[in-house]
Design a protein around this ligand. Structure first.
Ligand SMILES: *[C@@H]1O[C@H](CO)[C@@H](O)[C@H](O)[C@H]1NC(C)=O
Ligand SMILES: *[C@@H]1O[C@H](CO)[C@@H](O)[C@H](O)[C@H]1NC(C)=O
Ligand SMILES: *[C@@H]1O[C@H](CO)[C@@H](O)[C@H](O)[C@H]1NC(C)=O
Ligand SMILES: *[C@@H]1O[C@H](CO)[C@@H](O)[C@H](O)[C@H]1NC(C)=O
Length: 264
């Protein structure tokens, strides 16, 4: 249903502007840090509409891209300044806590994260900002962490909950997102990191192509961003750019594939 409305809205905008409008769900995970900043130009006027880089404040190269930048409060560090940073850039949506269930990532206990959330992130709601909850991993620690966090964060509100997933095969991915939706049915979901870890580039490309079309068709998935927008470094198969910063076949799929009519 949502997919059909988006497809119609996209078509109308395309007529009005003489160009193909972007997909409101599709985001870009900028993972080059401050390297190769000019590469963002290949994402302009594509199907991608928003971006994040795990940071609080939009860097100039992303600010000037025409994509909506979504600030993130990655962990506890710097959280005192988050509300002011979000207000200063006029952001309408934020993300909070990256993989808090992993000790190598933001590494927060659910009760600690909930108390930080209530003090520093929940107040943004009164500013009219949409709040995306913590993004747990798809490891066995992820869903239980989020359940305990929600159990502690009793005065919190969430406009959507992110999730992360890495693995092989669209069936496994679809099973996980449906399991997650079943655990947290009252929240829209954003898949803010996902990728096929296959080492066969053809399979990675068809995984991406199929999964984005599938998510476009699900009304409870309201955002997604492939991992990730970075140049080929010879060690991964899910990078969207070749070694010179141009979209590879996968990048072309992600940047250009338009919403297909979902199965009714
Ligand atoms: C950016 O480049 C520096 C220097 O080559 C490198 O050490 C660093 O890992 C790069 N960062 C990313 C995110 O690729
Ligand atoms: C609150 O979080 C702690 C872990 O930080 C957990 O042990 C406890 O069960 C949680 N409370 C609720 C009500 O979920
Ligand atoms: C990659 O996957 C495609 C599609 O499944 C298959 O046809 C092809 O043989 C595979 N290539 C390699 C090198 O395994
Ligand atoms: C991409 O996905 C669309 C929609 O599901 C499908 O019609 C098309 O065959 C796919 N193309 C490739 C190369 O996988």
């Amino acid at each position: 249903m949502f997919g059909r409305l988006v497809a119609f809205a996209t078509f109308s905008l395309a007529l009005a502007q003489g160009a193909l409008a972007s997909n409101s769900k599709r985001g870009l995970t900028w993972s080059q840090g401050s390297n190769n900043t000019g590469d963002i130009s290949v994402a302009e006027n594509t199907q991608v509409s928003w971006t994040y880089d795990w940071g609080q404040t939009v860097p100039d190269y992303l600010k000037n891209s025409g994509l909506t930048y979504i600030p993130m409060q990655w962990g506890s560090s710097g959280i005192e300044g988050f509300q002011a940073a979000v207000q200063a850039q006029g952001a309408k949506t934020v993300l909070g806590f990256n993989e808090p269930d992993f000790s190598s990532q933001s590494n927060l206990a659910p009760a600690q994260a909930a108390s930080l959330w209530e003090q520093y992130i929940q107040p943004l709601k009164a500013d009219g900002v949409a709040l995306g909850g913590p993004a747990v991993t798809a490891a066995p620690s992820g869903i239980p962490w989020l359940q305990q966090f929600l159990g502690n964060c009793t005065s919190c509100t969430f406009d959507f909950i992110p999730l992360h997933w890495y693995g092989d095969g669209v069936g496994n991915f679809y099973n996980y997102i449906w399991e997650f939706h079943g655990e947290f049915p009252s929240y829209p979901i954003w898949v803010t990191e996902f990728a096929s870890t296959s080492t066969n580039v053809t399979e990675v490309n068809s995984f991406c192509n199929a999964s984005i079309a599938y998510m476009d068709s699900l009304d409870w998935i309201q955002g997604y961003s492939w991992f990730a927008f970075f140049r080929d470094d010879g060690t991964s198969y899910y990078n969207l750019l070749d070694a010179s910063g141009k979209p590879n076949a996968l990048g072309t799929t992600y940047l250009t594939s338009t919403i297909v009519d979902p199965p009714s």
